[in-house]
Design a protein around this ligand. Structure first.
Ligand code: NAP
Ligand code: GCO
Length: 263
């Protein structure tokens, strides 16, 4: 029987984190590497891959970077085949790549709505479909979908993003339901409001959203990518082999809290 620290070890595992040149994906990849995994990541621009490889090297991590648009199924299939040849079978998939468009719904074009759905929901399906056959053969696998507060809540201007992240929660539950018998666990991480480039426009000192989020968060602070590292290692490791179809919210308590009463 493994001791408890062995249960959190990722030694000998290959982890693919999408869109992980920086931001949440990079932090999660750092954590998985620290737990022993071999890191593979992709991004949509070569310069981001190059920057990401430099950043991983600076963090003492020998990562493998692949140029791939996660919405493009032939590109994804080709990338996964190359990874299996050059690095090894993907044991852990983290569907992290994502975008947001903050536009009032009545002003949003159908093309803009579709683009968000394509990257934030269709791509996790394409990525999971590409890695699951090898996981089935291996008799084990971990899929972690990066969900959101918007998997549970709506707010003005993020209709496409909320629809995608709500769908991603249910895709997570359905993959768990369909592949649990192959010892494949699929769970979500639902970050709260985290300090990354994606939320930078909301965190300017004068932006009212800044104060709003502090009032809505019991921890009374924005989340940091570091806050996501432990939950990611837990869901990527044997320690969570009987956790399936769950979205672990790492939100400082936002979803539990009505918000601080204005003074
Ligand atoms: P970010 O800073 O915008 O990084 C997103 C990454 O995904 C970037 O590297 C981006 O590359 C990449 N990407 C976008 N479209 C892609 C595509 N088609 N193919 C491959 N890579 C693509 O975002 P983040 O804040 O780190 O968020 C990462 C994930 O966490 C997203 O799914 C986001 O929805 C989710 N999330 C974020 C927060 C938060 O508060 N930050 C909270 C909850 C959930 P480019 O630079 O080329 O676009
Ligand atoms: C927004 C934010 C959020 C965060 C995150 C919260 O505009 O509301 O960007 O959507 O990115 O998803 O969990």
């Amino acid at each position: 029987m493994n001791n408890i620290s062995d249960k959190f070890s990722l030694k000998g595992k290959v982890a693919l984190v999408t869109g992980a040149s920086y931001g949440i994906g990079f932090a999660i990849a750092e954590a998985l590497a620290e737990a022993g995994a071999t890191i593979v990541f992709n991004d949509i621009k070569q310069e981001l891959i190059d920057e990401g490889l430099k950043a991983y090297k600076a963090a003492g991590i020998t990562a493998h970077g692949y140029l791939c648009d996660v919405t493009n199924e032939p590109q994804v299939q080709e990338m996964v085949t190359k990874i299996e040849k050059e690095v090894g079978v993907v044991d852990i998939l983290v569907n992290n790549a994502g975008i947001i468009k903050r536009i009032p719904m009545h002003e949003m074009s159908a093309a803009e709505f579709r683009q968000v759905i394509d990257i934030d929901l269709n791509a996790p399906f394409i990525m999971a479909k590409a890695v699951i056959p090898a996981m089935m053969k291996k008799g084990a696998g971990k899929i972690i979908n990066i969900c959101s507060m918007m998997s549970e809540l709506g707010r003005e201007t993020v209709s496409a993003y909320a629809a995608a992240k709500g769908g991603l929660k249910m895709l997570t539950r359905n993959i768990a339901s369909e592949y649990g018998e192959y010892n494949i666990q699929c769970n979500g991480i639902g970050p709260g409001y985290i300090e990354t480039p994606q939320t930078a426009p909301l965190r300017t000192p004068e932006h009212p959203f800044n104060k709003f989020i502090i009032a809505k968060t019991p921890a009374a602070r924005w989340g940091r990518t570091d806050d996501l590292k432990g939950p990611a290692v837990f869901l990527a490791s044997e320690a969570s082999n009987f956790v399936n179809g769950h979205v672990l919210y790492v939100d400082g308590g936002i979803l539990a809290y009505i918000g601080k009463q204005p003074k």
